[in-house]
Design a protein around this ligand. Structure first.
Ligand code: NAP
Length: 248
């Protein structure tokens, strides 16, 4: 087991990529805090993890709300006593045309996708600094590197922000033994992409050398690498998981 005795918080882990990450880290021995804005969904993930024989706790919090995030960290410390791993996965999607993006929509996307990463990271820094150990992984997106193609400009800009935030956190936290990296998935089969129009999916498929979309578990395995000791000398890196769509 690669993560025995470690404590991990995974945001937006009620379904999709977040759930796969929570299950994968639990399988490797970490105690998991399953965060989601939807408590019932988080509890479902906890049920799956407990049925596998591992430990997990569901905590409802909106990652864009500082009070709720701070309360989640307090509850985590009360339950498990330390925080070794934070995976900032919670996110919302948009495919709105640029001229139709409202100010309210722009603010919500930025609040959840970008400010949420800042708030959750800020909330664990003190604990990780005291431990002189921590691993933070942020889930950005291919769209954050190449701009919104089908994705909205608001979504792409929020994810580009996550890339720069990752590098800033990595530089500032490195002296304290905290590694900060990000993963930029391409198209992954989850509820987020399920309802994309057929022609959009076909157009993406033609540009993916591996010829298929990714699975949540294939993102989760890369998260596992980034939170395990195998990646101790990697920080500030953005890893593509996109079937070869973008090779940079
Ligand atoms: P998903 O299936 O929509 O799951 C996202 C989860 O995050 C949901 O359970 C959602 O809860 C939760 N969530 C939303 N807002 C939240 C908030 N404010 N606080 C806490 N939890 C919140 O999405 P996914 O496909 O697994 O995506 C996970 C991450 O990967 C996202 O950051 C996404 O942008 C990124 N990503 C996905 C793809 C892809 O192709 N799927 C590609 C690149 C990047 P509700 O269900 O209640 O909304």
């Amino acid at each position: 087991m690669k993560l025995k005795g470690r404590v991990a918080i995974v945001t937006g882990a009620g379904r999709g990529i977040g759930r796969a990450i929570a299950i994968t880290l639990a399988r490797e021995g970490a105690n998991i805090v399953v965060n989601d804005i939807d408590l019932q969904a988080a509890e479902e993930t906890v049920k799956i993890i407990k049925a596998m024989g591992y430990e997990a706790l569901a905590i409802k919090a909106d990652v864009s709300n500082k009070n709720e995030v701070d309360s989640m960290i307090k509850k985590t410390l009360e339950a498990f006593g330390r925080i070794d791993i934070l995976v900032n996965n919670a996110g919302i999607f948009s495919s709105t045309l640029i001229e139709n993006i409202t100010e309210q929509q722009w603010n919500r996307i930025m609040d959840v996708n970008l400010k949420g990463v800042l708030l959750c990271s800020q909330a664990v820094i003190k604990t990780m600094k005291n431990q002189r150990f921590g691993k933070i992984v942020n889930i950005t997106s291919l769209a954050g590197k190449v701009g919104g193609i089908f994705s909205g400009a608001d979504y792409a800009a929020s994810k580009a922000g996550v890339i720069c935030l990752t590098k800033s956190l990595a530089k500032q936290l490195a002296p304290y033994g905290i590694n900060v990296n990000a993963i930029a998935p391409g198209v992954i089969e989850t509820d987020m992409t399920k309802y994309w129009p057929k022609e959009v999916k076909e157009s993406f498929l033609k540009q993916i050398p591996l010829g298929r979309f990714g699975k949540p578990e294939e993102v989760a395995e890369v998260v596992l690498f980034l939170v395990s000791d195998a990646s101790n000398y990697i920080t500030g890196e953005i890893i593509d998981v996109n079937g070869g769509y973008l090779m940079d």
